[in-house]
Design a protein around this ligand. Structure first.
Ligand code: NOJ
Length: 534
């Protein structure tokens, strides 16, 4: 598999650094903690880690408000720790992907401090400043994702600035060439240091409509949705000019060879595909978030996989995500039993899988009492249940106090189930979620058909989906997943009966079983069959 780029063949693991492993006893995870756990990731078979932001930051949005793009936050450690992490990861053949946040900075970033100083500041145009309307109201109706207007009045200089997220996260003006160059230099800084690529934060937000036109009302808005969804952000996001910026990012990465650009893009499939760029000169992989949103229902999942596969541009490489730090965890969305099916799906579909830390042991969202909540998205809209704290709780390593994450009270509470649900316990349990994940990751790493072979849907109905993976000259695999809790049966067509042996099953008792004709699955059961025929 050596001539295939690593980002196609590797399993990516997302680390939310505040919650992974604390080593300096402040209740917050750090880089030393990641170094200490790197052997675990290697044991799991991980090929790349993506680390959520570790830059100096006032932490209003937990690191997505960057105050200095080319340094390390002392909460997490030092640049020497970072270099050590890079070295240790590379020695184990694990790539390191940084989180790059180009759309906005912190309001404490020296660029913004300077920009805010006076309308005549040489950096005024680095951000999006506008006069009020004659009646004193904001320049247009654009909203902030975190609730309320996207415009913040700056009394001393008598203008509004735009912030797509928190008011402490002013948006940069990417129509300004100096901004572009400064941000491209940030990329070069980390690439020179040896990082293997970037996950680019809110890629589809980077450029805004030049005329700043009002966004139209969303005719499908429902009261239960976040207020941001009241408007369709057709002028504030996903502008045609963004693709040129993405192509430039790609060129910079490609200039270093063997690096990756992954874009965070929440858009419908057809729009998402545009982020691969014409002739595949855009992002290597715009994140595919379909599974974060779809109802857990076999016909919808089957259709979505095919819609995605069908829409991919030639040479466009697929990828799959089940959870991340902005969304409910998979185990909380589909339940513990179906989370095992989801793992099998994630790791046997065609395309690069991203595992969110803790999903491999079945971590679930944890209820965080209002007085302990920290996420600004949740705090700004308390009645909407939008806090992302529940999916960001400390990693459960062992049954020790605070789950082995820290020696002191962590920044967010640990799931009370940690004495039962933790890495140490699951490493020694043949039936655990972790054992299942590890077997799936290893098989995917070893088998060309699973790693980079073709995907062919075979059959799906109201209960299950079945597909196969093939690669020339290598074993083929047939995967059948029951997405319900009731038994199901696949009657194989007599003319075209597959034969083989179950090699991984969500219920390991099924492993080793020969398959010759009809396939029966219990509820919540999934199997991977190594085919012997045809
Ligand atoms: C997307 C990040 O994933 C999220 O955590 C953050 O709040 C916003 N971008 C703003 O940077």
């Amino acid at each position: 598999m050596s001539n295939i780029p690593w980002w196609k063949t590797s399993v990516i693991y997302q680390i939310y650094p505040r919650s992974f492993q604390d080593t300096n006893g402040d209740g917050i995870g750090d880089l030393r903690g990641i170094i200490d756990r790197i052997d675990y990731l290697q044991w799991l078979g991980i090929g790349a880690i993506w680390i959520s932001p570790i830059y100096p930051s006032p932490m209003v949005d937990f690191g997505y408000d960057v105050a200095d793009y080319t340094d390390i936050n002392t909460i997490f450690g030092s640049m020497a720790d970072f270099d050590e992490l890079l070295l240790q990861a590379h020695q184990r053949n694990i790539k390191v992907i940084m989180d790059f946040v180009p759309n906005h900075t912190s309001d404490c970033h020296p660029w913004f401090v300077e920009s805010r100083r006076a309308t005549s500041s040489p950096k005024r145009d680095w951000y999006i400043w506008k006069d009020a309307k004659p009646d004193g109201s904001p320049p247009n109706n654009w909203r902030s994702v975190f609730g309320g207007s996207g415009w913040e009045w700056d009394a001393p200089t008598r203008q509004f600035y735009f912030h797509a997220f928190h008011k402490a996260q002013p948006d940069l003006n990417w129509r300004n060439n100096d901004v572009q160059e400064a941000m491209f230099n940030v990329m070069r800084f980390w690439l020179d240091r040896g990082v293997d690529g970037f996950r680019v934060d809110v890629m589809w937000h980077i450029i805004k409509d030049e005329l700043f036109r009002d966004n139209p009302p969303n005719p499908e808005y429902k009261e239960s949705q976040p207020p941001y969804d009241q408007l369709l952000p057709v002028y504030s996001t996903d502008q045609p000019e963004v693709h040129d910026i993405v192509a430039q990012m790609r060129q910079i990465a490609d200039g270093y060879g063997d690096r990756v650009i992954i874009g965070e893009v929440y858009l419908p499939i057809q729009k998402l595909m545009e982020y691969y760029g014409p002739n595949n000169e855009g992002a290597h992989m715009p994140f595919n978030f379909l599974m974060l949103r779809l109802p857990w229902h076999a016909p919808e999942i089957a259709a979505a996989i095919d819609q995605y596969e069908g829409a991919l541009p030639t040479e466009g490489w697929p990828n799959w995500v089940l959870s991340n730090h902005d969304n409910p965890r998979i185990a909380s969305r589909v339940g513990e039993a179906q989370a095992r099916i989801a793992a099998m799906l994630l790791l046997t579909l065609r395309g690069t899988p991203t595992i969110y830390y803790g999903d491999e042991i079945g971590m679930r969202d944890v209820a965080i009492p209002l007085e302990e909540q920290q996420d600004p998205q949740g705090l700004n809209m308390p009645e909407k249940n939008l806090s992302r704290d529940p999916c960001r709780t400390p990693m459960q390593w062992s049954a020790d106090e605070y789950a082995g994450f820290s020696k002191v009270q962590p920044w967010l509470r640990v799931d009370k189930k940690y004495p039962r649900i933790n890495v140490q316990q699951q490493q020694n349990d043949a039936y655990s979620m972790l054992t299942l994940y590890r077997k799936l990751v290893q098989l995917r790493n070893d088998e060309p058909a699973l790693n980079h072979g073709t995907y062919t849907p075979v059959y799906s109905n109201d209960q299950f989906i079945a597909y196969r993976r093939d690669a020339p000259g290598a074993d083929s695999f047939f995967i059948m997943l029951n997405l319900t809790s009731r038994p199901c049966r696949y009657s194989q067509p007599p003319s075209d009966t597959l034969k083989g042996q179950v090699i991984i099953a969500t219920a390991p008792e099924a492993e080793g079983m020969d398959i010759e004709k009809d396939i029966y699955l219990n509820g919540d059961e999934g199997i991977v069959i190594r085919l012997t025929a045809p």
